[in-house]
Design a protein around this ligand. Structure first.
Ligand code: PMP
Length: 393
């Protein structure tokens, strides 16, 4: 007799627990800055993507509150029916101008941006993806009818082989993260663009962790490498350095109009609440005057990374404010993260299946809001935990 019990789900969760991979969300009770309240304790936050401190910025908060007063709490509809307010439109114009593209189209999250933009590829297309691309790129690709190929991380020889194998049969798209979210390395975009131009392919770059971080005023990896006009699709997020939530496609106007008709998360899900659209608009305007803050972000990141390396930690390929401390197996990684918590530091362990089984890491994210004292405190505590747990010998 079949039963309708959920025991089978519990079994799977127990299996995850045995492997040190069981984790429910941490519930914060206050603060958006580098010190946040958890269970009545103030902890130094080293896991947030709030790179520039924009999540708590007074100008951005004020814009959100003003929009609630004017338009209310929700937009009431999907964009194409009755859910496009003037501030949604203004935000897209601002983003296009900021990125130096013809147009931009905003989605509810970075995740749905990739899902929406990639899923419109069809059977005449080939999508070639870096093996370490974000889950939302992978899921977007899973939804397409396009032919799919993967190249080893940042391996330009393999990417070229994939393009050669195609030999012009299909329209080829190369998809890459601009900054890789688990390792903190920067994609070799100039080499990718060169190959794309040689083989007549399109370039799709997801700048989730580059938005507000890389390039002049945080315009992203295309700007960082001076590749304007040579990257066909630039994805950005509004959820990380921009401090709010959302994602966008920046590119040709025809691409925007096509996605408006075809991208299902855009078509079938209610648009951003007015407070979100207004806060994002204020944040992008603020970014234009934020180079000193971005410089501070980079100087904090470089200081933190080099101090950890000097203590003997392996920070992998990191070259951005994403600084992983490579540890290994999931249980060891979880132990390291737990010990840090006891020391007043919140830095989350990232384990399989997000990364390979033996590539567990505590991923630290440095922000512009961390003070020199915060960074010193963090390095000292991390080093103490490293010695205690045997990660440092
Ligand atoms: N792309 C990459 C590379 C990311 O790291 C993330 C963040 N998790 C996303 C997309 C999704 O962005 P969002 O959190 O705005 O949905």
């Amino acid at each position: 007799m079949p039963t309708s019990s959920f025991d089978y789900l519990n079994d799977e969760l127990e299996r995850l627990r045995d492997k040190g991979m069981y984790r429910l969300p941490t519930v914060w009770s206050g603060g958006s800055g580098p010190w946040m309240e958890l269970d009545g304790r103030l902890l130094l936050q080293l896991s947030s993507n709030n790179y520039l401190g924009f999540a708590g910025h007074p100008e951005i908060r004020a814009a959100a509150m003003e929009a609630i007063e004017r338009y209310g709490a929700g937009s009431g509809s999907v964009r194409t029916i009755a859910g496009t307010l003037d501030i949604h439109d203004e935000l897209e114009k601002e983003l296009a101008d900021f990125k130096g593209t013809e147009a931009a189209l905003v989605f509810q999250s970075g995740f749905t941006t990739n899902q929406g933009a990639l899923s419109v590829l069809g059977p005449d297309d080939l999508i070639i993806s870096d093996e370490l691309n974000h889950a939302s790129i992978i899921d977007g690709i899973r939804l397409t009818k396009a032919e799919r190929a993967i190249y080893a991380h940042a391996d330009m020889d393999q990417l070229e082989r994939r393009l050669k194998e195609n030999d012009g049969r299909k329209r080829a798209f190369i998809a890459t993260d601009g900054v890789f979210s688990m390792d903190g390395d920067i994609a070799p975009l100039p080499a990718i663009v060169e190959l794309a131009e040689r083989y007549g392919a399109y370039v799709y770059v997801d700048d989730a962790h580059a938005s507000g971080v890389l390039g002049r005023n945080g315009k992203g990896s295309t700007d960082h490498f001076g590749l304007h006009g040579r990257v066909h699709v630039q994805i950005g997020t509004l959820s990380k350095a921009v401090g709010v939530v959302g994602g966008y496609v920046a590119g040709a106007d025809v691409l925007k109009r096509y996605l408006i008709h075809k991208a299902r998360p855009f078509l079938f899900s209610t648009s951003h609440p007015p407070a979100v659209a207004a806060a994002c608009l204020a944040a992008i305007r603020l970014l234009r005057r934020s180079q000193p803050l971005i410089d501070k972000l980079w100087s904090n990141a470089n200081t933190f990374r080099s101090r950890l390396q000097k203590e003997g930690f392996d920070t992998g390929a990191s070259e951005t404010p994403i600084v992983p401390i490579l540890i290994g197996q999931p249980d060891k990684t979880a132990e390291f993260s737990r010990e840090l918590l006891n020391e007043g530091i919140y830095a989350q362990g990232i384990v399989y299946p997000t990364v390979a089984m033996d590539k567990g890491r505590v991923r630290c994210i440095v922000t512009a809001a961390h003070t020199p004292d915060d960074l010193t405190y963090a390095v000292e505590r991390i080093t103490a935990v490293g010695k205690r747990t045997g990660v440092l010998r």
